[in-house]
Design a protein around this ligand. Sequence first.
Ligand SMILES: [Zn+2]
Length: 150
Amino acid sequence: MKTDLTELLQKVGNEADIEQSSRISFADDELILTQPVKTKLHLVNTGTVVLVKGKAETEAELECSRCLKKFKMPLSIEIDEEFALEMPAPRHKKGKEVELHEEDFVYPIEADNTVDLTEVIRQDLLLALPMQALCSKDCQGIKSQKKETK
Ligand SMILES: [Zn+2]
């Protein structure tokens, strides 16, 4: 899912609202999406980074952890990321290299002025998945299990 930032990058302070809809499929079926991912994003060129904020919506196919039925579940995620205009040089403090903390992590902007949101969306979607997927709140589980309780 690539987004072209050419216009946004022309001037510091430029802002853009971008709506996209694209099908994303993930490797090794860790997450099966049954609908395209619709994104509504607000982008700001701050001079050092491009701020990307907004929402993404899609629908995933999950397997109920009680009855093992497959069911579809709408997913909605918040996106709040920064893309670096230039990759930050290693930081130095009193001559020593300082480790980059995770919150300092920023995604790069490609040489062709695009950013790829696929990885951002993949990670946010995986975080949005329920710990225990249930087809309905009061799923009774697999019916045949009742036989065991005579
Ligand atoms: Zn179920």
